[in-house]
Design a protein around this ligand. Sequence first.
Ligand code: MG
Length: 392
Amino acid sequence: MNNNVKKIAILGSTGSIGTQALDVISKHKSLFEVEVLTANNNADLLIKQAEQHNPNFVVICNEKKYPDVFAALDKKGIKVFCGAKSIEDVVESESIDIVLTALVGYSGLMPTIKAIKNGKRIALANKETLVVAGDLITKMSLEYGAEIIPVDSEHSAIFQCLVGEGINQIEKIFLTASGGPFRGLDASQLREITKKEALKHPNWDMGAKITIDSATLMNKGLEVIEAKWLFDLTSSQIEVVVHPQSIIHSAVQFEDGSVKAQLGLPDMMLPIQYALGFPKRIKNRFERFSFFDYPELTFEKPDFKTFKNLNLAYLAMERGGNAPCILNAANEVAVEAFLKDKIAFLKMPDLIGNCLEKINFVANPCVEDYVETDLQTRALAKKIISNGSNFN
Ligand code: MG
């Protein structure tokens, strides 16, 4: 066995990041090998991926799909497990070098904790983990020596800008945002937005949850909190800059006023590959950026008044404790309800604000507190929705 080959566990292999990660891996077979694949529901794609990449383990969360996956893969010597809890068990496998966490939402928390406790490198594509429990996760990653390499394009950009800067302090970061599909619209124009309109992102092709989060700017809010934990920043050190072309993926300003930015075409393959290969940059044939294709790069302030989610995220971050966990849980319920046509676009921030006011604040939460906060918030948010949409 070649010791330079890194063995990868992809949690959420059938989603947007997961499939692109497999694409990266198949282009660099001398560097990476797939050890674990996990999926929620998409058994057909999981089977196809496993047949192609031959992992040692696969997990299908939906237990009803287990017999199909087992029947297809067991005969090939691939161990098949089911249920979300199994993900927490397989990440402990000694043979894994890197765990790519591409699960959606809160579900990423427990497997990430397990992977950290086992000292794995985390290629973090599940920002909600840091939003919910950033304090705990960053402390644990130091304690267990588990590096966290961000996959989110903005955070990858900042991470890349910091390579070689060791002792130098960050004055602030500029977290860029495309502004989403509704940039420039006001509240009256957003009132009637449909999910079909919200699911169309101008630059990035992503899963449904993050695409809606991008349309409400909650994605940027979550990323602000993610950045706080990854780079040990205060709220006033994180400035969101709307940059509709999505070419500058973010920038760091140092104490001497110098600004470093990372640029490239909006394509997640690059940050995924960087996180898997770090510290090495791997030669590839991805399409190259040309300045002459983008003669105008533009910048605007975000509209906090219309896109209230961004404000709520800053508030939750500044409050600390379990507030970001409440924000996240309420947002997950809100997005799901919006996707099922149960609430209107502008009701999403109302619902989240409501939960932030009503759920008990815990200043120094432990894991159990996060679990409890998440459960309570989801229950409250669902209750508010079922009581009718006239809440505010
Ligand atoms: Mg991002």
